[in-house]
Design a protein around this ligand. Sequence first.
Ligand SMILES: [Zn+2]
Length: 442
Amino acid sequence: MANQKSDYWNPWLETLDPAALRQIELKNFRKYVGYAKEHSGLYRKKLAGINPEDIRTMEDVRKLPLTDKEDLRLAQHGDYSTLYGDLLGVSATEVSDFRQTSGTTGKPVYVPESYESWQWRVEVWSHILWMAGFRETDRVFIPFGYNVYVAFWEGHYAAEKVGCEVVPGGALETSARIAKIREIKATGLMNTPTYGLHMAEVAKSMGIDPREMGIRKMLCAGEPLPGPTRRLLEKAWGAEVYDHIGGTEPCAWAAMCSERNGLHIMEPFFLVEILDVDDPSKEVGPGELGTAVVTPLGRHSFPLVRFNTKDLVRKAAPGCSCGRTSMKISEVAGRTDHLLKIRGVLFTPVTVEEVLRDEFSEVIEYEITLRRKGMMDSISLKVETEGEMGPEAAGELKYRIAERLKVKTNLTFDTEVVRPGQLPRYTLKATRFKDLREQMNE
Ligand SMILES: [Zn+2]
């Protein structure tokens, strides 16, 4: 058990020499591949002809095929009589929890958790929370009904494990949640970035300054968190706001330390490769962008080898002032499947969020829609402001936003200012970007 008074949840692992970390990961990868081949229908087929004992170096790892979301869908929703299809890695009687992906990009994947695999996830999350400074003295409010989605369950159990007091805040209106946070004197929150901003907005409308509510730490989950949005949340709540990256299938594989500058990869729980986007046989160097390919080394009920997260991340230089020795990423730049080519220009929707959150504090919600008109792609952007705006002020705002986006992206945005309350508010998985080009061609 880690020394709980320490800065680290597991002082030995978190300060281990990077080469030693890699060796542990390679050894566990070899074992894990052996397990996956033996217990998962998907990997019995996918890794036929691979002898786990031959895997000694990262070059050997790179010879194994990648697994993407579509592989998982096919191995579960094909012609199977059982719920989990070819993805289950333990006997059906060992499954203790059902989770599933959100299905925003297609049919959801059902994820079986055995008690042992679930505890592995909780341990990873305990590292994340401890690293973000959550302690025994914290009372953590989680303003969600967690349903079948994994993130807040992990946060819930890990908060318990590190010694916090956990308050589940599902099935309440936002205003009732705000009242509850004040009533019980919560010091920590776990929520999506969108909902964090929304709660601040509602608190203000109730005449409450969110900065006076006593929240010390916020851990965001469920959606990407660009730097400007994180800083906006910090300002709104007067709290430290922490990010992490991960997903339902592999678990959270990188998270922020107290420096709040980049994310530490959760070594040696995961073997993470950051691969060249054009040539996945090569790993990128520090400062370069690549696609994150992740193997969660303790997931036995749902084996996953070299999962292509499609997250586009920038590898950081080694070392961190917090003393942790794990590899870092300096930036989450978006997703490779959101990297779009519009009129010959490369574009990721997250750029719009960054500009709006950074420079237009009056904008509280937005929506981007991509359409095809004849041969041309057009992008429309709707923005919603905090208060009602006169036509003149709205016209001026529209002009300034379009100008800034033109400079940042080299694209023309057909911008419109809509009335307060017109755009949807999201609690989980915001979908502020809609690409309607495909449908229009059909
Ligand atoms: Zn650090």
